[in-house]
Design a binder for this molecule. Sequence first.
Ligand SMILES: [Zn+2]
Length: 129
Amino acid sequence: MKCYLKENSFVAELAAKKLKARCVAIVIGRTIHLHNTSKEQFLNDSRWVRHESVHIKQFHQHGYLPFIIKYFWESIKKGYHHNKYEIEAREAESITAGSLSIVKCLKKPAISRQLFVRNTMYDILSPDS
Ligand SMILES: [Zn+2]
């Protein structure tokens, strides 16, 4: 599954304000939008990459608009922390070798990464690579 990274994202900046967080990554479809973090910093944090890769899978499984609606509905009912889509993503953060392996870096190792989480292979690419 091809995924993309976007630095200095306006959407991520809005999310950062809403969440009162300094560094934010937010997935929309197959793009991971970043605020106050570089592609390199993000990709070097494997827990963070695993977390966001689960959201990419969720978008793919539920469909683009249905997932946005379901996600917001969960957030309204249960809040951010108890949102079942966030719980699933947090659980994947700590998956250790065996069920997850960061298989290999692609041609430009600092900005691209291939990883395997729960039977899905992700190729995280940056738009300018
Ligand atoms: Zn999340």
